[in-house]
Design a protein around this ligand. Structure first.
Ligand SMILES: N[C@@H](CCC(=O)N[C@@H](CS)C(=O)NCC(=O)O)C(=O)O
Length: 206
């Protein structure tokens, strides 16, 4: 099948911030009609056949092969859409942007570790040191973005990743960030105003 007409399955969950990144990418690249969403979760055995790590999002191609993780899916979908709009294919800017996307992803990773610690350990078993270690990562990453935020009128791999990370913090409350990082709070409002895909991919229940 030709890449220009191929259709895909996205193994997804509406509340996952990493899935939201990919849903925004699908939206802004106008690929909505080519992707069918099939729900999954961490205990899904069919997902483990597609991604041995059992992590989602996972994009399944028409030949059954799978692409993961969210950043790789973003690059693949850019190629499908025939654009470099979200991330340049090479050069200094690409490397700088890739580091920033990992910084935004790291906020979600650290937030998820906080949530898992609270979900899987009774209060008496939780390590406050571990929780604070993760909160430190989040705060330092937020401080970097607060000092030098991306252009809120620009939708790209960095702004999508940062917006999804901040949306995740709002939802899961891994840290209270808005008062400590007022510039980022304003940034998120401006970005949401400029990029409607952010609201369109809002997780349910908020
Ligand atoms: N680096 C991966 C992270 C994906 C990830 O951690 N997804 C979470 C859901 S938001 C997940 O699959 N959790 C289940 C698990 O880790 O078993 C990506 O960017 O796609």
């Amino acid at each position: 099948m030709s890449i220009s007409t191929e259709t895909f399955i996205l193994r997804s969950s509406p509340t996952s911030p990493f899935v939201r990144k990919v849903r925004m990418v699908i939206d802004v690249l106008h690929l909505t009609d080519r992707v069918t969403h099939v729900g999954t979760d961490a205990s899904d055995l069919t997902l483990r056949e597609q991604n041995p790590l059992g992590k989602y999002p996972c994009l399944v191609r028409s030949d059954g092969s799978a692409i993961f993780d969210s950043s790789v899916i973003l690059e693949f979908l850019q190629w499908v859409a025939g654009t470099e709009r979200l991330l340049p294919a090479s050069g200094e800017q690409r490397i700088a942007m890739l580091s920033q996307t990992r910084l935004a992803d790291g906020i979600i990773d650290a937030g998820a570790l906080i949530i898992y610690e609270e979900r899987y350990h009774d209060a008496s078993m939780r390590s406050q040191e571990w929780l604070e270690h993760q909160r430190g990562k989040i705060r330092r990453a937020l401080a970097v973005f607060e000092a030098s935020p991306p252009d809120p009128r620009q939708t790209d791999a960095v702004s999508i990743g940062l917006a999804c990370a901040l949306g995740f913090l709002d939802r899961r409350k891994a840290v209270e960030w808005r008062a400590a990082f007022p510039g980022l709070s304003l940034w998120l409002s401006s970005f949401a105003e400029s990029e409607p895909a952010f609201e369109r991919t809002q997780p349910p229940g908020l």
